[in-house]
Design a protein around this ligand. Sequence first.
Ligand SMILES: *Cc1c(COP(=O)(O)O)cnc(C)c1O
Length: 387
Amino acid sequence: MKQDTKIVSAGRKKEWTQGSVNPPVQRASTIVFDTVKEMKHATANRANKTLFYGRRGTSTSFALSEAMCEIEGGVGCALYPCGTAAITSALLSFLEAGDHLLMVDTAYEPTRDFCNKMLTKLGIETTYYDPMIGAGINELIKPNTKVLFLESPGSNTMEVQDVPTLSTIAHQHDITVMLDNTWGSGINFKPFDYGVDISIQAATKYIVGHSDVMIGTATANEAHWPTLRESSYLLGQCVSADDCYLALRGLRTLGVRMKQHEQNALKVAHWLKEHPSVERVLHPAFEECPGHEFFKRDFNGSNGLFSFVLNEGDNQSITEFLDSMTHFKMGFSWGGYESLILKVNGLDYLRTAKPWPKQGAVIRVHIGLEDVDDLIADLDQGLKRLR
Ligand SMILES: *Cc1c(COP(=O)(O)O)cnc(C)c1O
């Protein structure tokens, strides 16, 4: 089955939809049983999409979990109230006091904060590694290294990692490989074909696609699913049926939305590359992006999110540029239908394995589904304000 067909059909078996196109929103805390036998059956099958108790899910969440696995891969998908909860729960599921974690230097900032502020407290040590380290990861592995965490492309600076090389080396040392696949979104990067054990997404972004729901997913291969599932349950992670419904609804247009985001973003990126105020475009599809060769080898396409480096502009004029935008609003997210812009701050302290060189400001944009000519005109008038 081709991908666009899968996006339409995934998770829509009759058991969940009850004959309508979309599954009903099954809200429940309590599931009631008429007989002891029924209750025993539910208890025995509670980990396997059988109605048991609300926290284990209902048909709406089962439909979403199943859909995510059909599209992204893996044998099971745990759902969380946001992407950050998916990341922290996956890490807590596979780490304990005395363990060592290898975390990519370009991780999403809250992921990094969790390692520094929470894992440290639990006696778990983190080493940050250069996203471009490749086979050099070998030298950072210790006897107590238990998890290798990747995010590809990297947050804000877009370095693409050599996932298969990193996974192969990790597995030689029995290390669990986790990937923040939010940018790849399950359709542009297929984590399980490249050795990833657990793939995490902020479904808040492209899966939901409309900037109105927080939700996280973690899909796992067979070896890792039971531990991830039970640990996440112990941590109390669950999602409301309404939010699952909206994620499923967003998911159905993921394919068409993504093609338009990609096309619009590439057009804007090529325009920016030629702009005199722009030093460099940080977009995986561009040759100058670190890891571009891995993007070409491993990805099916790109999306609406990328960054660029300015070669001029003081703080004041960059503020005037951002304040002047009409179609680009400022906001800390991406993956919705609308365009967003922000100045990336903190790269001087958010990169410790390989310092970010002193250079112009980094601007991150999410290119939405507006007419691309309107977006370019908006950037054009804004960039004129730089001094
Ligand atoms: C937004 C984001 C997250 C966190 O998702 P939330 O749903 O906001 O908690 C994690 N990773 C990446 C790469 C993100 O962009």
